[in-house]
Design a protein around this ligand. Sequence first.
Ligand SMILES: [Zn+2]
Length: 553
Amino acid sequence: MTATVNMPVGKSWLICPGCRALLYQRRVERNLGVCPECDHHDQVTAHQRIEQLFDLDSVEELPPVGAFGDPLGFVDTVPYPQRIEAARRRTGLDEAVVCVRGTVEGQPLIAAVMDFRFLGGSLGTGVGERITRAAELALETRTPLLIVSASGGARMQEGVLSLMQMAKTSAALGALDEAGVLTISLVSDPTYGGVAASFATLCDVILAEPGARLGFAGPRVIQQTLRQPLPAGFQTAEYLFARGMLDDLVPRSNLRSTIGRLLAFTGADRSAPDPYPVRATAAPESADPWAVVALSRDLGRPSTLDYIGHFVDGFVELHGDRLASDCPAIVGGVGLIDGRPTVVIGHQKGHTVAEVASRNFGMATPAGYRKAARLMRLAEKLGTPIVTLIDTPGAYHGISAEENGQALAIADNIRMMAGLTVPVVAIVTGEGGSGGALALGVGNRVLMLANATYSVISPEGCAAILWNDSGRADEAAAQLKLQAGDLLALGIVDGVVPEPPGGAPADPGATASAVHRAVVDALAELAGLNREEVRAHRRARFRQIGGLTNAGG
Ligand SMILES: [Zn+2]
């Protein structure tokens, strides 16, 4: 592993390991340990990290933990107890983690912050015990838990006892999952081995600092095994973010506010919203189906990110499926709607050709549906409602999508949504294209904008299959009954959200306000149900569609 720590030069100057610039130490400190020239994020001590994140004077250290000693009687060049003693003298810490409670932007938080200076942040029994106790306190007090990782991995001098700390800490995080307590991991440079393969990657939200390296095996070991050069940027946060492993890359200067918003989300008022006095449910004006198809595809319509910007406060976008990639055609995250926590997920298209292309025309890959599923499971864990915004021509149907299990990803979402015990409000805001739409569409309430469409197949596809002539798409559009009024009559949607005169593109702000009102109304309607009733309600809603009655023979 290459050196990444600033090299002191004299008393007050440093050389940046990122750009080799000679920097005035105080200038780097004022910049939170980040190089002002190249943005290299240098390691910080546990106490510096705590000071950077927490509210002034809010921090209290958790009670001390007794020493476990030297169970193996391990001697490398010196006996293990001497090595520990030297680390304690050098760092002023008693172990490689500091555990505290306090507040961040006024919101309570328990944090376990690792310090790489203490035997490379290695995970021994002392570290495992402290992190587990911090998790247990988080459970007892129902306070969110933050773990800041910086570690080379397990501590060899404690042998297999060290290995078992992975199980102990993971079990403690599992208990927080069952109890619905938010966990946040902040990956700092470097995070490897047993720490990476336990608490650093098991939290609900995984943030990483730019340039931080995260991996199971170290690059030298991999290179020696493979005998070939590793890809550029291998194991860096940027590399892993692109592969769906991290929720976000957060520069150090933004960490406090990002964590503050996540805490505000979990700490917010969970009482039922008050419905707006005017119900946003109305029958749409009838219009030519083919004209409505064109309106539903208009790039001037508000996108999911526009709706989020309009009525979701403190939104934190979460990325990645933790498996393969971050699909740009589906966006999602957490935020507040009228002060109440909500998970919001939707297809994202955009307004310009370049933007729409970069979002794959709102056609999600399996990674997109798996990201959505991950966020819905987070909502289920935390007991927060889900709002989905649907606008897709359909799921992506390329070779890679099939190879990565597109059908299963969609099926899994449909089943998972049916079983959720938190309220789900789904709104078709543009194109409701087939299974790719339904994979976000299994709601207790399903609404549509007046000029949106929802269909089993595109009119062009239908015409091509039935009449071998996609030019007859206008006829197919009429046959498919894909307009809001038809779908309301068929019981597929529960309400139609009116669009302003001239349609959504004519007044995106008014459209977003109407969607906002409809969402709050629908959530208020569902607020009287307990969690089991929410699930039963949703299952019954879909059970009765096309169900034949036995009455009357
Ligand atoms: Zn630099």
